[in-house]
Design a protein around this ligand. Sequence first.
Ligand SMILES: CC(C)(COP(=O)(O)OP(=O)(O)OC[C@H]1O[C@@H](n2cnc3c(N)ncnc32)[C@H](O)[C@@H]1OP(=O)(O)O)[C@@H](O)C(=O)NCCC(=O)NCCS
Length: 186
Amino acid sequence: MAHPTYPLTTPRLLLRPVTPGDLDDVHAWQRRPDVVRWMRGARPRMREESRSSVAAMAAEDALRAEGDCLTLAVVGDARVIGAVELVWRSRVDSTAELGYVFHPAHGGRGLATEAAGALLDWGFGEFGLHRVMARCHADNEPSARLMARLGMRREARHVRSYRFRGEWADQLVYAILADEWRSGAG
Ligand SMILES: CC(C)(COP(=O)(O)OP(=O)(O)OC[C@H]1O[C@@H](n2cnc3c(N)ncnc32)[C@H](O)[C@@H]1OP(=O)(O)O)[C@@H](O)C(=O)NCCC(=O)NCCS
């Protein structure tokens, strides 16, 4: 079983597992159409749906087996402002997939970049990953910019490759390797 020593800290943030008490903060972003706009299969959640989501995320506190998701609440400005996650895609290839979601009230300050960077530090440094990839809808420009800011390389644009809200959509694939992360992070 692998997980960071909690909490993970950065200059402006604290990252720790989600707890049931985070419901109000998590629902504050899950209820917003602008937040779920580019997320596959997602629609704004009712409060009870967020309660189930928070319970599911709270269980994602460690990587125990391939396929597991590690989800961390990002605490800043004295509340949970977003979440970052790592899905362990392959044990043999030491590969994981990065995900993130933040309340727009806390956007535009580099906080998502800072939180995702802390998770990558743990994934490459402690957990021993070789490669981290991330994907987004080709029109999700803030997400693509975030991946680029992290130093991830755009490796593919899969054209009309997946179903998104009833239509074929393009998907961007970004990735970064452990040695690239280390040299970039200095
Ligand atoms: C993807 C998402 C987390 C990006 O949020 P964000 O606010 O753009 O990202 P950051 O918090 O890292 O802030 C970066 C922005 O702040 C600016 N910034 C200000 N101070 C900064 C600093 N100290 N460091 C880095 N960037 C800084 C950057 O220039 C950047 O703005 P730009 O993209 O206009 O150039 C957010 O849009 C989101 O949650 N979207 C909804 C969920 C979603 O789509 N998730 C991805 C599914 S694939």
